[in-house]
Design a protein. Structure first.
Length: 121
């Protein structure tokens, strides 16, 4: 592990301790769940319509987690469209950020991921 990866891991550990919230992740395909600690965030992005030239600005609700914490039936999984995250009585569905990515790794060693979501109820 590089010095940068070690520093990134230490920083996220501190952030998770200070601002982490308990969430429940549900896999759409199986209905299986997992409880984990996440840090809330947001991503702002824009898309340009190729036909009209109009720009649409959007914002996703994000949850940052340790990649190894997302385990269903003892297997590490990655987020897929339609999975949900429940936090504080609100459900968020996993979706793309305007590209095809439902999530992004935030570091080179893929220890932490940012999951893009939309509030659905």
């Amino acid at each position: 592990m590089s010095a940068f990866d070690s520093a990134s891991k230490a920083l996220f550990t501190t952030l998770r301790q200070a601002a982490g919230v308990k969430v429940t992740y549900t896999q759409a395909a199986s209905g299986s769940t997992c409880s984990l600690t996440a840090v809330r965030g947001r991503t702002q992005f824009s898309q340009v319509n190729d036909r009209t030239g109009e720009t649409t600005f959007m914002e996703t609700n994000d949850f940052l987690i340790k990649s190894n914490d997302l385990r269903i039936s003892d297997s590490v999984v990655t987020p897929t469209r339609g999975d949900t995250i429940a936090y504080s009585g609100i459900t968020y569905t996993v979706l793309s950020d305007g590209s095809d990515a439902m999530f992004k790794y935030t570091d080179q060693s893929r220890q932490t991921m940012r999951i893009h979501c939309k509030e659905v109820g």
